[in-house]
Ligand binder design. Structure first.
Ligand code: ZN
Length: 281
């Protein structure tokens, strides 16, 4: 039976050793029958190789004769960090609403900050949504909004700040605009608006046009909104936040405030490429 756990304490109890973690991973990944990652052959009788008289998860394929372990092709591959610490890090990373810093993780796991930083990097990559198909669909409400992050003028070089204060068109040059798309009761996706793609382009890329779209009254949404099954907007400039109980962008604004707290509380200062990597869940 696969151990079940719904808290950190329960996981540590259910999977007390690296061996238990490895067997858990084998069950989750292979359903109990080893799959050779080199040739794809599924065989309950792939050879089990002992290391110093003990089986530690190294298999040899019966078909292609290559060696493999269950971590091959996963974020755990080739890592000298014990699987149990990886499991703890994964739990903390996904459970802590505000994210977790490498310094905190290092203290919690008893590893160096450099190691923790590396683990978090792999975790963020693994948690990044690699599915590019649009969100929403017929009858699904999708909210979208944009938030601006970064580049406080007080941290800027004096000359640059003076130039920026003079020329209003430069105001957002050092900031990152982030758009987000959220299905009510479903998935969320973030994207960084750069010079190549504007908000309507991104909207077409991330949201199925059969969806019901909810936005604020920003000009960027007016024209592209007509391409969707339905488009409703609330006018924040007139203090309108909810209309008829369903027309609002409160879900996305909640997600942004969660994102803001995470950036401020954990990451302090991040570059646009990191914004792309931070996974929300
Ligand atoms: Zn093979």
């Amino acid at each position: 039976m696969i151990p079940q756990f719904n808290s950190f304490a329960a996981m540590v109890t259910a999977l007390p050793t690296d061996k238990a973690c490895r067997e858990y991973l084998e069950t989750q990944r292979w359903g109990g029958v080893p799959v050779c990652p080199h040739c794809g052959v599924v065989d309950a009788n792939h050879y089990k190789l002992n290391v110093k008289g003990e089986f530690k998860g190294m298999y040899k394929c019966r078909s292609c004769k290559e060696r493999f372990t269950v971590t091959m092709g996963t974020m755990f591959e080739g890592s000298p960090i014990p699987l149990r610490k990886w499991f703890m890090a994964t739990f903390m990373f996904s459970a802590h609403k505000k994210g977790i810093s490498s310094h905190q993780l290092a203290r919690d796991l008893g590893v160096t900050q450099k190691t923790a930083w590396f683990m978090l990097h792999r975790l963020r990559l693994a948690f990044t949504d690699s599915n590019d198909s649009p969100l929403g669909g017929e009858g699904v409400v999708v909210e979208t909004d944009v938030t601006i992050h970064g580049g406080k003028t007080k941290n800027m070089h004096n000359k640059k700040r003076a130039a920026m204060l003079k020329d209003k068109s430069m105001r957002n040059d050092n900031k990152t605009s982030i758009s987000a798309y959220i299905e009510r009761g479903g998935n969320i996706r973030f994207d960084v608006i750069d010079h190549n793609e504007n908000e309507p382009d991104l909207l077409r890329k991330h949201v199925d046009t059969d969806s019901v779209l909810m936005t604020d009254t920003a000009n960027a949404y007016v024209k592209v909104g007509k391409e969707f099954a339905h488009h409703a907007s609330v006018d924040h400039t007139k203090d309108e936040y909810v209309r008829d109980g369903v027309i609002h962008t409160n879900t996305i604004e909640g997600a942004f405030s969660h994102f803001d707290r995470m950036v401020i509380g954990t990451y302090h200062s991040i570059t646009p490429s990191i914004y792309r990597l931070i996974a929300m869940n």
